[in-house]
Design a protein around this ligand. Structure first.
Ligand code: HEC
Length: 119
C-alpha cells in the first residue's frame, strides 16, 4: 500500500515536471540573431584580411580611395574578381560569393561613415 502511494506520488511529480517543460517550450532561449550585423562583421573581416593593406579604412594607400565615390556593387565585385590594373584578383577560393556580398555591404558602410565625417 505504501509502495503504491510512492509510485503514484512519483508519477504525479513526473507529470508536473513534464508539464513545466511544455509550458516553457514557446519561450525563446536566445535573443534573435541580428543577421545584418553578422553580414557586416564578416564583410569587415574579409576587408581586413584582403583589402586593408592597400585601401586603409577605405582611403588611398597603395590603391586609390574607395570610400569617396558611389561605386556600384557589381563594379566592386568585378574589380575584386578580376583585379584591374595593379590590383591583384581574388578568386572564390580566397573570397566566396557570400563573403563578397558582405564585403560590398561593408564598403557601403565605410562610405556612409565617411560622408558623416564631412558634415
Ligand atoms: C596589393 C594592393 C591591393 C589590394 C590588396 C587590394 N587593392 Fe583594390 N586597388 C589597388 C590598386 C592599385 C587599384 C587601382 C587599379 C587600377 O585602376 O590600376 C585598386 C582599385 C580598386 C577599386 C576601384 C577603385 C576605382 O576608383 O575605380 C576597388 C573598388 C577596389 N580596388 C577594391 C578592393 C577590394 C574590395 C579589395 C579587397 C578584396 C582590394 N581592393 C584589395 C590595390 C589593391
Amino acid at each position: 500500500m505504501k509502495r503504491h502511494f510512492i509510485l503514484t506520488a512519483g508519477l504525479f511529480l513526473l507529470l508536473l515536471l513534464s508539464n513545466c517543460g511544455t509550458a516553457r517550450r514557446g519561450v525563446p532561449m536566445f535573443d534573435p540573431v541580428n543577421l545584418e550585423n553578422q553580414a557586416l562583421a564578416q564583410g569587415e573581416k574579409v576587408y581586413m584580411s584582403y583589402c586593408q593593406m592597400c585601401h586603409p579604412g577605405g582611403t588611398a594607400g597603395l590603391g586609390p580611395a574607395i570610400n569617396n565615390k558611389p561605386l556600384p556593387g557589381f563594379l566592386i565585385k568585378y574589380q575584386v574578381r578580376h583585379g584591374i590594373g595593379m590590383m591583384p584578383a581574388f578568386k572564390e577560393d580566397a573570397i566566396s560569393d557570400k563573403e563578397l556580398d558582405n564585403l560590398v555591404a561593408y564598403l557601403r558602410v565605410l562610405r556612409k561613415s565617411k560622408d558623416k565625417e564631412l558634415m
